[in-house]
Design a protein around this ligand. Structure first.
Ligand SMILES: Cc1cc2nc3c(=O)[nH]c(=O)nc-3n(C[C@H](O)[C@H](O)[C@H](O)COP(=O)(O)OP(=O)(O)OC[C@H]3O[C@@H](n4cnc5c(N)ncnc54)[C@H](O)[C@@H]3O)c2cc1C
Length: 374
């Protein structure tokens, strides 16, 4: 994987592929398509299959504070490590070299997990160095974006080493990955740049927490989540993320998200407060981890009504319902579209108004005709 302008991680082909290898990539790559099997689980049209859904937070106040929302995801990881279910976590953390970028790390202790807590709104490739782990004697939990987990789950169906080495796959809701240029644009808006910056947090240290650059001269500059994500980073998300049918980690055992508080009109508030995560167990394995982490006192959970998710996650809701219209626009432009099965894209589109579907369809056509698709 290598960084390509304007700052996305892309695979570089280094040798020719056999037909078999090519066909295998076509089956596994979530960029090309994704299949979801409800397999007896409750299967919500908008939010996918699940076994249990709750809200909660890490009982360790330090972890809750450093994490993105309530630190539930990190608390589940700490539980998996401390209960001996896994030896290490494959996850993403800040790059020590390029402050706005990411690296894949192997966490073996609670302190390692806390150091990697917090969302990093920049490209990551946590599957890139998977091969050596599959031949080691260690057992891992994997944390990745929904697309990373979809790829790993699809690969697991063909490679039995994955199930044996990586018994737990965790993810989070994902609105799309901004390019590294997005992170650099946040630095510019803060009046600094990569060279002058020692380290950079996209959020965390509070909920949602401020995007914070710690400069080499010892000073700090920051902006709110609304300013960083809402006015800069979200504009740097790539097209593929805008036609993603799975921003909510449907292939994962467990997914976490922001359980935003809402105003009287049901719109999420981004005012600083103590973090709360949504915790959704999608498999029985995930539901068992959730229960065990609660019993072990790592996480505190409360009931949650899935109907409330629509107002908490308006971005995810809008993209799910607009997907069919966007795909239809791309198809008309003669562009390839992903193959989606079991993701209810027709049913989701029926929950959108005709006007919104039309706007998304025309919007995609306009992007194509004005050369803004690439
Ligand atoms: C690109 C992106 C888009 C997101 N979009 C949404 C959204 O639309 N709605 C929503 O509710 N939440 C979204 N989130 C997730 C959200 O910010 C929190 O991760 C989630 O609320 C869980 O919080 P937590 O405190 O339980 O997680 P934490 O305890 O803070 O754990 C976060 C975990 O995510 C991993 N991680 C961080 N950045 C990356 C990355 N770039 N790639 C792979 N792994 C990473 C860390 O290694 C860590 O294990 C997004 C996150 C990212 C990175």
């Amino acid at each position: 994987m290598e960084m390509t302008p304007p700052g996305y991680l892309r695979p570089r082909q280094t040798a020719p592929l056999t037909e078999l290898e090519d066909a295998r990539i076509a089956r596994i790559c979530p960029g090309l398509g994704q299949d979801v099997e409800p397999a007896g689980r409750t299967d919500d049209v908008l939010w996918g299959p699940y076994e249990a859904v709750k809200v909660g937070f890490a009982t360790d106040p330090g972890l809750r504070f450093s994490a993105s929302s309530g630190g539930a995801l990190s608390a589940l990881l700490v539980h998996l490590l401390q209960s001996g279910k896994v030896d290490a976590v494959i996850q993403t953390a800040a790059s020590p070299k390029v402050p706005v970028a990411n690296v894949t790390v192997l966490s073996k202790t609670a302190a390692d997990v806390q150091a990697a807590a917090g969302s990093r709104y920049a490209p990551s490739a946590p599957l890139a160095e998977l091969a050596p782990h599959l031949d080691s004697d260690l057992r891992f939990t994997f944390v990745g974006k929904p697309c990373d987990v979809a790829a790993l789950r699809a690969l697991a169906a063909e490679d039995p080493r994955i199930g044996a080495s990586i018994p737990y796959m965790l993810s989070f809701f994902c609105a799309g990955v901004p390019s590294q240029a997005g992170g650099e644009a946040v630095l510019t808006a803060l009046g600094t740049d990569l060279q002058s910056t020692e380290s950079f947090r996209y959020r965390g240290n509070g909920w949602p927490g401020r995007a914070t650059a710690s400069l080499k001269d010892g000073t700090e500059r920051s902006m709110t989540y609304h300013e960083s994500w809402g006015t800069i980073l979200s504009d740097h998300a790539q097209l593929r993320c805008k036609i993603c049918a799975d921003g909510t980690g449907k292939a994962a055992d467990l997914v976490c998200a922001d359980a935003w508080h809402c105003d009287d009109k049901g719109y999420p508030l981004f005012e600083e407060s103590e973090g709360v995560s949504l915790v959704m167990a999608r498999t029985e394995t995930g539901a068992a981890i959730m229960r065990e982490a609660e019993d072990a006192g790592q996480i505190e959970l409360a009931p949650f009504n899935l109907e409330d998710l629509k107002s908490i996650q308006p971005g995810q809701l809008g993209r799910r319902r607009a997907l069919l219209a966007r795909l239809a626009g791309l198809r008309l432009l003669g562009r390839p579209v992903p193959r989606y099965r079991g993701l209810h894209i027709f049913a989701a589109a029926r929950r959108n108004s005709f006007a919104k579907n039309l706007r998304n369809f025309v919007g995609m056509l306009r992007r194509g005709l004005t050369g803004r698709l690439d």
